[in-house]
Design a protein around this ligand. Structure first.
Ligand code: ATP
Ligand code: MG
Length: 422
């Protein structure tokens, strides 16, 4: 029978890769804790309308990338393509916003039906931050700094912060008219995708990948000049605060996020080492979203970073999975039971233990003990099983001079004492 394969764009994370993922996740968790940000977990599956309303029909994500199906009760369901809409839904549904501003983070798989390539999958993983109920320019900078510092702490080098302001919804409405008129006049010079977007999502045309379209856009009316005085002052305050924190940035007037609900600050953190999939982290302010999803008017800012892209940047420096303390080898039926009991006792005492279950010759089991990375080996043969004792060997010692036989409880105490020493 032909063997089964995972779906295209859906990757397995194998034991050799997991150390790096867990390292990143642990650092992120700690980083958020220090920043006074609490985790929130929402379902992977939501009603389709949440994303249609929360992300916008005219976006690529809703238009062509969602995994949508009818469940057995004929409800249209969608595997979440991003986290923000779900977090906002949960905050509204559970009345979190009436308890004051919310500082939330989330992590986990997202699903988009895209063409898979390096750093672009159909099931991918994000870590994201949402600050709900925060209006001031310093909050934008706090959100950016949390992302920037997390990446720096993880040791990712060569990153660039790109920054833009999309202004208020009134600014954008005014600019949209100018831009649509300008694009209409040049319709036949645009690529097909951009032509289709002139009326559905004209700002997205600014982000077109097609080189001819890009060249033409160099002459397009600028969003910056359409910003009101208040929006410009706000953008200046964001830049000043970034400078005050010593976070370098470059202005990118073409930076428009793919999602419709953004306003004012928009940003991306990119790496030149990622080829076409250069953006590790993207985010911005989305003052209109909470209300659009039926909640109270609530200013908000957030970002999401792509774990696969981050891990690609880190994978040169792979980290091993945390080492074992003890590897237990045994031979014979009574010894196997004693080994099982010893492993359990050690685990209950907080030690990391693996038991060899092969029943093969001691020499082979000891080879595996060496390969396991454990510091110690416990040996239980028929004699030890009869005596209720265990042989303990230091796998880093060059000879057997230090080998000992001791009872299980003594062994646990010895290892705990030794663990305190280098
Ligand atoms: P892109 O322009 O690369 O498609 P996007 O604007 O669609 O990105 P966002 O929706 O802002 O991305 O998601 C935030 C981050 O999640 C991205 O910067 C990226 O790191 C990651 N990401 C998005 N889509 C994918 C994907 N299909 N596979 C892997 N990572 C992804
Ligand atoms: Mg995308």
């Amino acid at each position: 029978m032909a063997s089964l394969q995972s779906l295209r764009g859906m990757a397995d994370l194998l034991p050799g890769q997991i150390g790096l993922w867990q390292h990143v996740e642990a650092r992120a968790r700690e980083h958020f804790r220090r920043s006074g940000i609490t985790e929130i977990r929402t379902p992977l599956l939501e009603v389709t309308e949440l994303f249609a309303r929360g992300i916008g029909e005219a976006t690529d994500v809703v238009g062509k990338e969602m995994y949508t199906f009818l469940d057995r009760g004929e409800r249209s369901c969608t595997l979440r393509p991003e986290g923000t809409a779900s977090v906002v839904r949960a905050a509204i549904q559970h009345g979190l916003l009436s308890q004051g501003p919310q500082r939330l983070w989330y992590g986990g798989p997202m699903f988009r039906y895209e063409r898979p390539q390096a750093g672009r999958l159909r099931q991918f993983h994000q870590i994201g931050l949402e600050l709900l109920g925060f209006a001031d320019a310093c909050s934008d900078v706090e959100a950016i700094a949390i992302a920037w510092d997390l990446l720096a702490e993880l040791g990712v080098a060569g990153l660039a912060l790109e920054l833009n302001s999309l202004g208020s919804s009134e600014d954008r409405a005014r600019y949209r008219e100018q831009l649509v008129t300008w694009l209409e006049q040049r319709r036949d010079q645009l690529d097909a995708d951009s032509q289709a977007r002139i009326h559905t999502n004209p700002l997205r045309v600014l982000d077109a990948k097609h080189p001819d379209t890009q060249a033409l856009l160099a002459e397009s009316p600028s969003l910056a000049s359409a910003l009101s005085d208040a929006s410009q002052a706000r953008f200046a305050a964001v830049q000043q605060a970034l400078t005050a924190l010593g976070i370098p940035f470059v202005l990118n007037p073409r930076l428009v996020r793919g999602l419709d609900y953004y306003s004012h600050t928009a940003f991306e953190i990119t790496s030149s080492q990622l080829g076409a999939q250069a953006t590790v982290c993207g985010g911005g302010r989305y003052d209109g979203l909470v209300q659009q999803l039926g909640g109270p008017a609530t200013p908000a800012i957030g970002w999401a970073l792509g774990m696969e892209r981050l891990v690609l940047l880190l994978s040169q420096a792979e980290r091993p999975v945390a080492a074992l303390d003890l590897y237990v080898v045994s031979r014979g039926e009574a010894a196997a039971t004693a080994a099982l009991a010893l492993a359990r006792l050690c685990r209950q005492a907080g030690l990391a233990v693996e038991r060899d279950a092969s029943g093969s010759a001691f020499a082979k089991q000891f080879k595996r003990a060496d390969r396991s990375g454990a510091r110690w080996a416990a040996v239980i043969g028929e004699q030890e099983a009869d005596d209720g004792l265990v042989g303990l060997q230091d796998l880093r010692a060059s000879d057997h001079a230090g080998d000992r036989r001791l009872g299980p409880v003594e062994l646990v105490e010895a290892l705990q004492a030794a663990r305190g020493r280098p």
